[in-house]
Unconditional design. Structure first.
Length: 64
């Protein structure tokens, strides 16, 4: 794999993770009533874990 291809793959993976994280964080924020710092930390952390699991699940289904 060339350096350019590896960089492209890494950027696509980072973009996918960022998109999943943003969507999951927005869903989290919709469901809580008040937004305190602790909720932001918990929501962002949970969204990050969810993004990793969503990407892993999508890759397992598409066999990439």
């Amino acid at each position: 794999m060339s350096g350019r291809t590896a960089l492209r793959g890494a950027l696509l993976a980072a973009g996918e993770l960022l998109a999943w994280w943003a969507v999951l964080l927005l869903i989290w924020l919709v469901f809580i009533s008040t937004v305190y710092t602790l909720e932001w930390v918990v929501g962002a952390s949970s969204a990050a874990v969810g993004a990793l699991l969503a990407r892993a699940g999508r890759r397992a289904v598409t066999w990439r």
